[in-house]
Ligand binder design. Structure first.
Ligand SMILES: NC(=O)c1ccc[n+]([C@@H]2O[C@H](COP(=O)([O-])OP(=O)(O)OC[C@H]3O[C@@H](n4cnc5c(N)ncnc54)[C@H](O)[C@@H]3O)[C@@H](O)[C@H]2O)c1
Length: 385
């Protein structure tokens, strides 16, 4: 027998931890009679999380985040009878209407990504809201000033060590390496790579390129972190030398203006520039494009690459317009399924904890409880054995 299977099927079957959790939830039904309002990217990996929550008895009312809603995912969720208020839009006002619609449904639990839903709920509270989860650091920062108003358990997933090492360290490194290959189809062997930033994401990125036979230099503004890179065996030259030597320059700091037009005289002919940090401002792409020394620009539109030709005969290449390379360009896949499987299982377990009243208002905007980290880690290891 031959079946036609989709990307959503592939991702769902690859999320082994969520599948096991869903099987357990089918008998324990932790969300029986409860509605969960979600505001997280509507893409295939999220489907695996949402169907797991549904297996636990949850009614779902969902929206996505700005500019990341995949219509096929919305259609699929609706075909399961899940309520979705979302359009693929870059218009914040239009997106806000979808967020409002989710809160209007007065869900008992909220699964938030960036603090959008909890911020609305803080402004117009309703009695049955028990609490929920927030995925990101930026959401935590945004919601902290609303702590007194919220006064309910909100567990922050990004603060789990599992999220830090599984996604930020290992998955971002691998997916940035994959993205370099996907964009350029060029090799990494023998290339000189400079990584700006040696936080969790930079560590994985530097390691992935070293494992792919590149010579990797690290630049970090914090001397203690730079020392760590040095002791990890990376070259830690002065910033200017690190730029001058690089065939591939990668920024992963989370700060703007890491590589700017002031560096143009240093950049090697043929160098490739790419960013893995959240904001598309680490490489000053618009500054480079507008620089008077740039005499021509080739745009590889379908591949979202551009080549800037300089007056002195050099050329430099920029991938994905300086946006997070693993979510830019043709067929962006983002981070690995396994890293998302771990992060989303933390989500499911934290929501279960709040649903069962296992966390009170003292747990308003706190990290994932340690015993949930341990439970998720053990479950993953059991499946890996
Ligand atoms: N691409 C993805 O899928 C993905 C996933 C998770 C996080 N991120 C993003 O990646 C970025 C980095 O995340 P992280 O968890 O590694 O952060 P982090 O805070 O752990 O590390 C950032 C590092 O950059 C260094 N730094 C700061 N300014 C610098 C400068 N001017 N020059 C050189 N180094 C500098 C800091 O000292 C620090 O060591 C963030 O923007 C984060 O949102 C991306």
């Amino acid at each position: 027998m031959e079946n036609t299977a989709t990307r959503i099927d592939w991702i769902g079957n690859s999320c082994r931890l969520l599948k096991a959790t869903a099987a357990e939830f089918e008998s324990t039904r932790p969300f029986e009679g409860l509605t969960i309002g979600t505001g997280i990217h509507l893409e295939p990996k999220t489907v695996a999380l949402l169907t797991t929550l549904r297996a636990g008895g949850a009614g779902l009312v969902c929206t996505g985040n700005l500019n990341s809603t995949q219509p096929a995912t919305v259609d699929y969720l609706r075909s399961l009878g899940i309520t979705v208020f979302a359009t693929q839009t870059t218009d914040p006002a239009e997106h806000h209407r979808s967020l409002e619609a989710v809160v209007d449904a007065k869900p008992d639990l909220i699964l938030d990504n960036g603090g959008d839903l909890f911020a609305i709920a803080a402004g117009r509270p309703y009695a049955n809201l028990l609490g929920g989860t927030e995925e990101t650091t930026s959401g935590r920062t945004r919601l902290l000033p609303m702590r007194e108003k919220l006064n309910m358990p909100i567990l922050v997933i990004n603060d789990s060590p599992i999220k830090q090492f599984a996604e930020n360290k290992h998955a971002v490194g691998q997916s940035l390496f994959e993205s370099y290959m996907r964009f350029t189809n060029r090799s990494t062997n023998g290339k000189r790579v400079t990584v700006f930033g040696y936080g969790a994401c930079g560590k994985g990125t530097a390691a992935s390129f070293r494992n792919a036979f590149s010579t990797v230099s690290v630049v970090d503004i914090d001397p203690v972190t730079a020392l760590e890179a040095h002791l990890d065996g990376f070259v830690t030259p002065l910033r200017e030398d690190a730029i001058r030597s690089a065939d591939i320059l990668i920024t992963v700091t989370g700060f703007p203006g890491i590589v700017t037009v002031a560096d143009l005289p240093l950049i090697k002919d043929g160098a490739i520039l790419m960013n893995g940090g959240h904001f598309p401002l680490e490489i000053d792409v618009s500054g480079f494009r507008a620089h008077p020394d740039v005499v021509a620009i080739d745009r590889y539109e379908a591949d979202v690459m551009e080549t800037l030709h300089l007056k002195d005969g050099r050329s430099i290449h920029i991938l994905g317009g300086g946006h997070m390379a693993n979510l830019a360009g043709p067929r962006p896949l983002g981070n690995s399924v396994e890293s998302m499987d771990l992060g989303f299982t933390l989500q499911a377990r934290c929501l279960e904890r709040v649903a069962k009243h296992g966390a009170g208002p003292e747990s308003c905007i706190v990290p994932v409880p340690r015993d949930i980290d341990a439970m998720v880690a053990s479950a993953y290891l059991d499946l890996a054995r």
